[in-house]
Write a protein of this length. Structure first.
Length: 82
């Protein structure tokens, strides 16, 4: 859609909605294109920024969640035992 700049000022809300819906909006002045109205990309939400942020950066070895026993347990807590 091509629209004169003066008309665009009057219909900005409608034009913005059309741009969000995917319509190409070209603003014209004296018969020449001067601007294009396009939708902003949605910024990622905090959650999507966090999910997968460390993919391939952290490697977890097999058995990482197994409980420690005996000497391993004592070694792990040696600095905290009185």
């Amino acid at each position: 859609m091509h629209i004169n700049i003066n008309e665009a000022q009057k219909k900005l809300s409608l034009l913005a909605q059309k741009a969000v819906e995917g319509e190409e909006i070209i603003i014209m002045e004296d018969g020449k294109p001067v601007a294009q109205l396009v939708p902003c990309e949605k910024p990622p939400t905090r959650l999507t920024q966090l999910l997968g942020a460390m993919k391939d950066e952290i490697q977890v070895t097999e058995g990482w969640d197994e409980s420690l026993e005996g000497q391993e347990l004592m070694e792990f807590y040696k600095d905290n035992l009185g």
